[in-house]
Design a protein around this ligand. Structure first.
Ligand code: ZN
Length: 354
């Protein structure tokens, strides 16, 4: 009987979810004394983002903001008039520059007169995105996708996309305070170690409280989905996947397996080391699919999108992300000697497995 009970309580993937039911839009869940969980809607297939509030003296430090649209302003207003009535935000910590995390930073900072804390790279990245639609940048994207054999029509459909960032963020606060990897931050009675990592974003901030065994993982370690790890036109030779895998390895070395992980999406979980192994294995599987395809014949990144994502029907937006992911794998495999690149007289890059 004992064995049976044990198998029933353990999730098949080895992770455990102590708070399986997320907060409703007008709800706040207390995860621990002085630690609150709020969830906001997103207008994507990934339809929500988590916000955490950490007790900070007579107020609360907020981690991430939600996307910068009217619906999120309305959701926050409901929360600040309801379960978070009279709550004062003392500090806003933003983990990275993606619009679902930094989107409402301007609105929160203005409403509460609180400081904004980010890593330097993510703050500057957010500032860069505020001026994203320049024609020369679009040309760089067009040439990048052409080099990787992408369909011109899909490229056309994609190039309007960058403009959307500005519709999804409030104005970035003009002043910020820098969070540095390896530093510490005291929030109320808790001390957090600041950890930053690349791959999903350039220098995403995570917070680890050793005394309470809590890890705010942002989007670096999610329980059910693999965070997007992409290479973009702005840095075509980036090793985003290598950066990501190195960050995962560092986290696996630092964190105890019984740490409570509070992710940017999904629900809190235990089993960080298991999850890190799963995420690394997932990328290695993709690398092997790419290597197999490139052993038969030289392939472009666009060819490889069809090989790796053959089970998915992708629209232009998703094709853009799939191409970014694919190029991240190709670059990583080039830098680790598993692929070589050949650029033909057509200017298109093709990859060959050794
Ligand atoms: Zn996110």
């Amino acid at each position: 009987m004992h064995t049976k009970a044990a198998t029933l309580t353990a999730a098949p993937d080895g992770l455990r979810y102590p708070f399986p039911t997320p907060p409703k839009p007008d709800e706040v869940i207390e995860l621990a004394p002085g630690l609150l969980w709020v969830r906001l809607a997103l207008p994507f297939r990934l339809n929500h983002v988590n916000i955490y509030l950490i007790a900070d003296g007579d107020g609360w430090a907020m981690v991430d903001t939600g996307i910068g649209n009217d619906a999120t302003v309305a959701a926050w207003t409901t929360l600040f008039e309801g379960p978070l009535k009279d709550v004062r935000i003392t500090r806003l910590i933003v983990t990275h520059a993606h619009p679902d995390h930094v989107g409402l930073a301007g609105w929160i900072v203005e409403r509460f007169g609180c400081p904004l804390l980010m890593s330097q790279v993510e703050y500057l990245q957010a500032a860069y995105h505020q001026h994203r639609g320049a024609p020369e940048r679009k040309l760089a994207q067009r040439l990048f996708f052409r080099r990787h054999g992408m369909d011109e029509e899909i490229t056309e459909a994609l190039l309007g996309r960058g403009q959307e960032y500005l519709t999804r963020v409030s104005i970035l606060p003009p002043v910020y305070h820098r969070l540095i990897d390896g530093g510490e931050i005291t929030i109320g009675s808790r001390r957090f170690r600041i950890i930053t990592g690349g791959g999903h974003a350039f220098d995403q901030v995570m917070l680890y409280c050793e005394a309470d065994n809590i890890f705010l993982s942002a989007d670096q370690v999610l329980s059910k989905i693999s965070p997007n790890v992409s290479v973009w036109a702005v840095e075509p030779e980036a090793d985003a996947l290598g950066d990501y895998l190195r960050s995962l390895a560092a986290l696996a070395g630092l964190l105890p397996d019984d740490v409570l992980v509070l992710p940017g999406h999904g629900v809190p979980f235990y089993g960080v080391k298991t999850r890190i192994t799963q995420l690394a294995d997932h990328h290695e599987e993709r690398c092997q699919m790419i290597a197999d395809a490139c052993r038969d014949k030289p392939c472009t990144a666009a060819d490889l999108v069809r090989v790796v994502f053959h089970k998915h029907v992708l629209d232009a937006h998703q094709t853009g992300f799939a191409a970014g992911e694919l190029i991240a794998h190709v670059n990583y495999m080039r830098f680790t000697g598993r692929l070589t690149e050949e650029v033909g007289p057509d200017g298109i890059a093709r990859y060959i497995a050794r």
